[in-house]
Design a protein around this ligand. Structure first.
Ligand SMILES: Cc1cc2nc3c(=O)[nH]c(=O)nc-3n(C[C@H](O)[C@H](O)[C@H](O)COP(=O)(O)OP(=O)(O)OC[C@H]3O[C@@H](n4cnc5c(N)ncnc54)[C@H](O)[C@@H]3O)c2cc1C
Length: 312
């Protein structure tokens, strides 16, 4: 399967852009903020929350980082004006993490302050392991500086994550827990499917035991079941945790969670750079290409079985 996934990724640049666009449509709201607004409104109507991600490409200048921060200010303003039930998710490399820590801090802090003034919230996505220390350090700085409307992401793939929970526990962080999309070296990451699952459950239990609000971000049915167990065992109320899924990915699982009364937040990416972004993410983790291919073939064979999130 891995060989097939890699072959798919190698072939991708040769596939005409309109075809890739058709494939990506399901997972990305569209090129403009108004596309994200339309999708989020539909989700909200279906009792689902959202987190909006501005798709950016790799940046090389401070001005580009400031432009991405500006785009996020627009998103926060729009969420407020349109009364959407949504927050934002951002990547620190997009705000300049790899150019200058000060630039990134400045951009991030201005967004967290803006979000707080609007009663909203900023989620800092987690990227490759080379950025984990800086990301968690900036998060701690913000929280110690009195900014509470901000959360981080921890990745079950990384062996360090349980220790990170311990180290962060005094902050009672708001954490999105996911498997982690980046392919990391075996020295620092679990590579076996079951080992990642086991660590996910360990970290989830540790976070809940530390009194953290957790966004349980997965489409793995076994882990969703573990999530249900973990919150039920602790008698947590509906507003003390949430489940999170990606736009267009296994929407039937999300519908089930909502019908059971759980809070569900959908990750909604939008932006002009959807093509470059999609290619880069697929190149980073060829397994995703396999998922998308399997999903597409499934839809072609059973077009009516799974109409998708929000009718898309
Ligand atoms: C809301 C949210 C936010 C995330 N934020 C981050 C982050 O900040 N940093 C990070 O490293 N990772 C992030 N991820 C990605 C995550 O780490 C995983 O790579 C991804 O969710 C797949 O893992 P899984 O738990 O769904 O399990 P898997 O076993 O990988 O997937 C379970 C099933 O879901 C389907 N599936 C999963 N992903 C896709 C996809 N992309 N396209 C099509 N089908 C798919 C497949 O049918 C698969 O069999 C996020 C995921 C979610 C849901």
């Amino acid at each position: 399967m891995a060989i097939l996934d890699r072959a798919l990724v190698t072939l991708l640049p040769a596939i005409p852009k309109p075809v890739v666009r058709r494939l990506a449509e399901r997972y990305i709201a569209g090129p403009e903020l108004e596309d994200a607004v339309r999708v989020v409104r539909g989700l909200n109507t279906g009792a689902k929350l959202a987190t909006i991600d501005v798709l950016g490409e790799e940046i090389t200048h401070a001005d580009e980082a400031r432009a991405i921060a500006g785009a996020y200010h627009d998103v926060l303003e729009t969420i407020d004006r349109e009364r959407l039930d949504a927050n934002v998710s951002l990547k620190l490399t997009g705000l300049g993490l790899e150019l200058s820590l000060d630039l990134c801090r400045e951009n991030l802090e201005s967004l967290v302050v803006d979000a707080a003034a609007r009663g909203n919230f900023v989620r800092i996505d987690m990227e490759e392991s080379s950025t984990t220390d800086d990301t968690l350090a900036l998060y701690r700085e913000l929280r110690e500086g009195g900014h509470d409307r901000v959360g981080v992401v921890l990745q079950a793939t990384l062996k360090r994550t349980l220790a990170d929970v311990d180290a962060l526990a005094d902050l009672r962080p708001n954490v999105r827990l996911c498997k982690g999309i980046y392919v990391e070296p075996a020295t620092i990451a679990f590579r076996e499917f079951e080992a990642v699952r086991t660590n996910f459950v360990r970290v989830l239990d540790a976070l809940l035991d530390a009194g953290c609000y957790v966004g349980i971000a997965t489409h793995d049915e076994w882990l969703l079941e573990q999530g249900r167990r973990a919150v039920a065992e602790r008698g947590l109320g509906r507003d003390e945790y949430e489940f999170q899924t990606l736009l267009g990915v296994r929407p039937e699982l999300g519908d089930e969670l909502v019908s059971e009364g759980h809070r569900l937040r959908i990750y909604v990416p939008f932006g002009m750079h959807w093509y470059e972004y999609s290619l880069r993410r697929l190149q980073e983790n060829p397994k995703i290409a396999g998922y998308v291919a399997a999903d597409t073939v499934g839809r072609l064979l059973h077009p009516l079985r799974n109409p998708g999130q929000n009718g898309r």
